[in-house]
Unconditional design. Structure first.
Ligand SMILES: Nc1nc2c(ncn2[C@@H]2O[C@H](COP(=O)(O)OP(=O)(O)OP(=O)(O)O)[C@@H](O)[C@H]2O)c(=O)[nH]1
Ligand SMILES: [Mg+2]
Ligand SMILES: [Zn+2]
Length: 276
């Protein structure tokens, strides 16, 4: 019978079967016949007698952090205060989403904790992302966010303490997910959510995930610019990475404030960081 892995805890893989029952299967490490380690979100074939996963069906995509496969939408949950707002992390997740053919959606949290000046500052970033065609919601827009869940596999991503579990509790109070004291979790590097788990919410499967402290990019540096809709214009050289002034039309856009400096600076950081 086929099903979908909704949680992995040590050797126990919880599978939601097509007949809507949930079964605990045991799979140790990689599947014998395939060199593949089943992860949350995987569509699998299960032997219900032996309670083992026989086969992992082809994946649409695969993320390492959060560790999950077959994601339709990535909710980038970004706090505006403790942990601080970071366009660098948003841009990184946007890149990861685009590389994996996942629709990114930005969720802004904790705007109740910041001053009017800080709100105006953050609005500048939000406006730019909206201009790129990306949906941006405040975590108070519960009904709009809920609509995004229907018939979709959605993964939440964001730093520890950014408010991922709290958002899901707001949307469906019956989930009662554990949420953390932010000062504690940040100070001790503790994560309140420990496992990736797919939950049924509003006709979709939603993955609450543990926050992270670092996030690696695995992408060929030459390819990065191709995932930037705002960098999509010809340069003097087709292979231009937009690093050197000489005739680069992207740097010209940055100098003329058509592309924000922060957006370009984040791009330069990614070029440096990626190991490929
Ligand atoms: N003031 C305020 N606090 C919030 C908001 N959203 C979340 N919090 C608080 O922030 C803290 C951390 O929230 P969590 O939902 O546990 O964060 P998380 O992203 O799930 O964290 P991890 O599971 O560790 O990755 C909790 O104390 C929440 O009550 C918000 O919009 N405003
Ligand atoms: Mg959490
Ligand atoms: Zn260029």
């Amino acid at each position: 019978m086929t099903g979908k892995i909704i949680c992995v805890n040590a050797a126990i893989h919880k599978v939601l079967l097509e007949n809507n029952t949930i079964i605990d299967t045991k799979t140790r490490g990689k599947l014998r016949n395939e060199n593949i380690e089943p992860v949350v979100g995987d569509n699998v074939e299960v032997n219900t007698d032996t309670k083992t996963i026989e086969k992992v069906l082809p994946r649409k995509n695969y993320l390492k952090r959060p560790l999950i496969a077959n994601v339709d939408k990535l909710l980038i949950v970004m706090s505006t205060s403790i942990p601080a707002f970071s366009s660098y992390l948003i841009d990184k997740f946007l890149l990861i989403a685009r590389v994996n053919n996942i629709e990114p959606i930005i969720i802004i949290t904790k705007t109740d904790m910041i001053s009017l000046e800080e709100k105006i500052d953050i609005k500048r970033y939000i406006n730019y992302y909206r201009k790129l065609g990306i949906k941006v919601y405040n975590n108070s827009s519960v009904s709009k966010i809920k609509k995004e869940f229907r018939n979709s596999v959605v993964a939440l991503a964001g730093q520890t303490g950014s408010g991922k579990s709290s958002l899901l509790n707001r949307i469906d109070a019956s989930l009662r997910l554990k949420t953390g004291e932010v000062s504690e979790s940040l100070g001790r590097g503790k994560h309140t959510t420990r496992l990736v788990e797919l939950l049924e919410v509003n006709g979709g499967l939603i993955a609450d995930t543990p926050g992270f402290s670092s996030l690696e990019l695995e992408i060929d540096r030459k390819m990065i610019k191709t995932y930037y809709p705002d960098f999509n214009r010809d340069c003097k050289y087709r292979s231009c990475l937009h690093i050197k002034e000489d005739g680069c039309s992207i740097i010209e856009l940055v100098n003329n404030s058509k592309i924000p400096r922060w957006r370009y600076d984040n791009y330069l950081k990614f070029l440096e960081e990626t190991n490929k």
